[in-house]
Design a protein around this ligand. Sequence first.
Ligand code: FES
Length: 193
Amino acid sequence: MMDSQRRTWLIATGAATCVAGVATAVPFVESMEPSAKAKAEGGPIEVDISQLRPGEKMTILWRGQPVWFLRRTPQMLASLNITQSLVADPLSKRTQFPTPPWAQNQWRSIKPEYLVVVGICTHLGCSPVDRFTPGPQPSLPSDWQGGFLCPCHGSIFDLAARVFKNMPAPDNLVVPPYHYVNDRKILLGEHKA
Ligand code: FES
């Protein structure tokens, strides 16, 4: 399976050091470690995204929640045109799990290339799994374009973390506050226009 070969990074930023279940972990990257103060306070943290390669996802544990950073390839971005009519709320206008206005767009992010979302299903809180490889496979539609599958009750999300129509999950995955400090760094936990 392609997915299991992809590098997946998990960086623990809180007290929790839950690394179980990660198929492949690369050595801890020092520059991504937030300051001890930010850890203690659960305040905004700087995340270095410069080492993410196209198609790779990194997970940061922040305020006890997994936050995903996915660097989308042009093909991944193109898939959002196909899923546009298949998802329940293509422009993230629903209010149960509100999406910030600056992410109410097709790619649900500031820069199309990088998706930043909380990796917790809006149904009952399971963590969806990566299913980036397009094509037919178990538990997914035959015209699958790549995205995420929640193993608990089968909700599926596209590569902008938009939930498909008629799924148990009532909404898209949550976009946390963040902004770009520069091209290589994101400040997670605070949005600045
Ligand atoms: S918790 Fe994700 S579908 Fe139920």
